[in-house]
Design a protein around this ligand. Sequence first.
Ligand SMILES: N[C@@H](CCC(=O)N[C@@H](CS)C(=O)NCC(=O)O)C(=O)O
Length: 214
Amino acid sequence: MDGLTLTIGDKNLSSWSLRPWFLMKQAGVPFAEENIRLDGPDTRKILSEKSPSGLVPFLTHGKVQIWDSLAIMEYVAELFPGKSLWPEDAAARAVARSVAAEMHSGFSALRTVWPMVFTREGLRHVTSGGVQRDIDRINDLWTSCRIEYASGGDFLFGEFSIADAMYAPVVSRFVTYGPVNLSPEAAKYREMMFALPAMKEWGEGARTELSTAK
Ligand SMILES: N[C@@H](CCC(=O)N[C@@H](CS)C(=O)NCC(=O)O)C(=O)O
């Protein structure tokens, strides 16, 4: 099989890049990483030449390019069925897909007003009505998944899945702009996720990029 190359943006800022990168690291999927700085003078040119959508992340697998975070993760799940990147149970899988899709297409207030700044904690912030509604909905989602589907492990559906990877940047935002009021189940989940080696490795990478930025 050809190797996989994941092209991503700045680790401090690129929340869409974090999702598939975190999925592949956490699941132990081998891949090479290519980095594109998003604020460089040539960024537009580089992205328009390399990326089908002009955005990151995208995955290159031989002659195939897959763009968009969720499509990349679906492709990885199909390439590595043994990794069980969606829940085995059909009902749990359908709910996990709903949870992932809701993140992919929603929570625009949270994503706009609280952009990911992975290396920062304790930032001053505005919690507008829209942001609070998004936080409340995420709290409800995390809590109900943990209570109803997670008897087999620490993740939203017990075992690690694509649903967890979709929410990795939210975990970071809650650290950056918190404290955020969460249920005990949701707070425990946030702490568990933020302590994972893959999250630590991403944070180290973000700090290195910042220290070498020109
Ligand atoms: N829906 C896309 C969103 C990708 C996206 O917006 N990427 C941002 C970085 S996080 C980007 O490439 N921005 C570069 C630009 O707009 O020039 C996905 O899920 O991958």
